[in-house]
Design a protein around this ligand. Structure first.
Ligand SMILES: Nc1ncnc2c1ncn2[C@@H]1O[C@H](COP(=O)(O)OP(=O)(O)OP(=O)(O)O)[C@@H](O)[C@H]1O
Ligand SMILES: [Mg+2]
Length: 369
């Protein structure tokens, strides 16, 4: 009688056309003392229906059966969601057949002359099968969590871009509008005042307002450059110009067939890649030559930003508080592309964004303003 603590009998499916061989197998199993229920089938149809009906712990299969072989049963088994381990228990089948069987993933092969070894072979097959299943499950879980992370990063980027666009709009409408009105009024006061002291103060105030206007325009450009509407080349040229103004480092730019009508999300991904790469150069690379190449020949956008600075080490890419390049990898993936960072110490750094344009998901339902 089974108590709660008794493990359930091992369920074994035996694909075997010889009743004698089946009984010999059952007897060999009984001798080992492992409690098991062994069910015999001899046709492919019965094999398939039993496999679907019962959760077997293991399948033992003779190789040559009337009209089919164990490999046909194996093929059927591969269509099941969680097939159990499968052991060939057969007369001589020849080395080539045994090798083929093991190559396609059959758990093990045992000759019918070696029945005393059966229990040991079954135990090993079950253990290996469990390890394999656990690995498949953990690979699957990992892929799932990577996908979730990528979705989250994409969503985050989309939210950030929208926020940036909204802030840029507010600066333009509220701050920019008010400053322009203040400048206009100050000019009016200056024109209508004959008091030199007042004129002097008004002039100082006008300069301040002008300064604030320029600052707000600069902030707007960084948040969501209007020049993006003129295409990638124009926007990157603007970035390059601003970079040279700040750092004194000249940029050589080369473009090949770069068209204006890239999908919005690809355009933004490429622009942010150039922006981060140039920021990195100004922060980390003491260099005097920077080149940018943009090309979209044969439905393939590539953007390369290269410097002749000190280069970086693989460990730099895993700095815990550095997110620039990690973010660019995610951004590239979100538009169906990828990012290559190549560098050698003393030989500069090259960042390449590649996006196949035919598969790039153009942003139709997630329109960034
Ligand atoms: N052009 C470059 N030349 C030399 N080192 C670089 C270059 N670009 C990146 N690095 C190195 O790679 C590291 C990672 O860069 P990443 O852009 O991911 O982060 P970060 O610039 O340090 O910080 P942030 O999160 O603000 O971008 C940098 O800290 C730097 O050491
Ligand atoms: Mg950075």
């Amino acid at each position: 009688m089974q108590t709660d603590k008794t493990p359930p009998n091992m369920k074994i499916l035996h694909l075997e056309d010889s009743l004698v061989d089946h009984e010999l197998t059952v007897r060999a199993l009984q001798k080992t003392g492992v409690p098991c229920d062994v069910l015999r089938v001899e046709s492919l149809e019965d094999f398939q229906s039993k496999v679907r009906e019962v959760n077997f712990d293991i399948i033992l299969a003779d190789y040559h059966l009337p009209g089919f072989t164990a490999l046909d049963a194996w093929d059927l088994l591969q269509h099941e969601p969680a097939p159990p381990p499968f052991i060939l228990l057969s007369g001589a089948i020849g080395e080539p057949a045994a090798v083929t069987a093991i190559k396609i993933g059959v758990s093990d092969y045992l000759s019918k002359d070696e029945l005393p070894k059966l229990a040991q072979i079954i135990r090993r097959a079950i253990e290996l099968h469990a390890i394999r299943r656990a690995r498949v499950k953990s690979d699957h879980d990992l892929a799932l969590s990577e996908k979730r992370l990528a979705d989250f990063a994409e969503h985050l980027q989309f939210t950030i871009e929208n926020e940036r666009a909204a802030i840029a709009r507010e600066i333009h409408d509220d701050v920019g509008g008010s400053l322009a009105a203040a400048k206009f009024d100050l000019a009016w006061i200056e024109r209508h005042s004959s008091n030199p002291e007042v004129t002097e103060h008004v002039k100082a105030a006008s300069d301040m307002v002008q300064h604030a206007l320029e600052a707000s325009q600069r902030i707007m450009m960084n948040l969501r450059p209007a020049i993006l509407d003129q295409g990638l080349v124009a926007a990157v040229q603007w970035l390059a110009h601003d970079f040279t103004k700040r750092t004194g480092i000249k940029i050589a730019m080369q473009t090949d067939h770069a068209k204006a009508d890239l999908p919005k999300d690809v355009l933004l991904a490429a622009y942010r890649t150039a922006q981060e790469a140039l920021t990195n150069i100004s922060k980390h690379a003491r260099c005097d030559v920077v080149t940018i190449e943009i090309s979209d020949v044969q439905q393939f956008l590539t953007l390369e930003i290269k410097d002749n600075g000190p280069g970086l080490m693989p460990i730099d890419l895993n700095k815990p508080n550095s997110f620039g390049l990690k973010g660019l990898h995610e951004r590239a993936k979100s538009v169906g592309g990828w990012l290559d960072v190549s560098s050698r110490p003393g030989k500069g750094t090259s960042i390449v964004l590649s996006v196949p344009l035919d598969t790039a998901q153009s942003q139709t339902n997630q329109e960034v303003n």
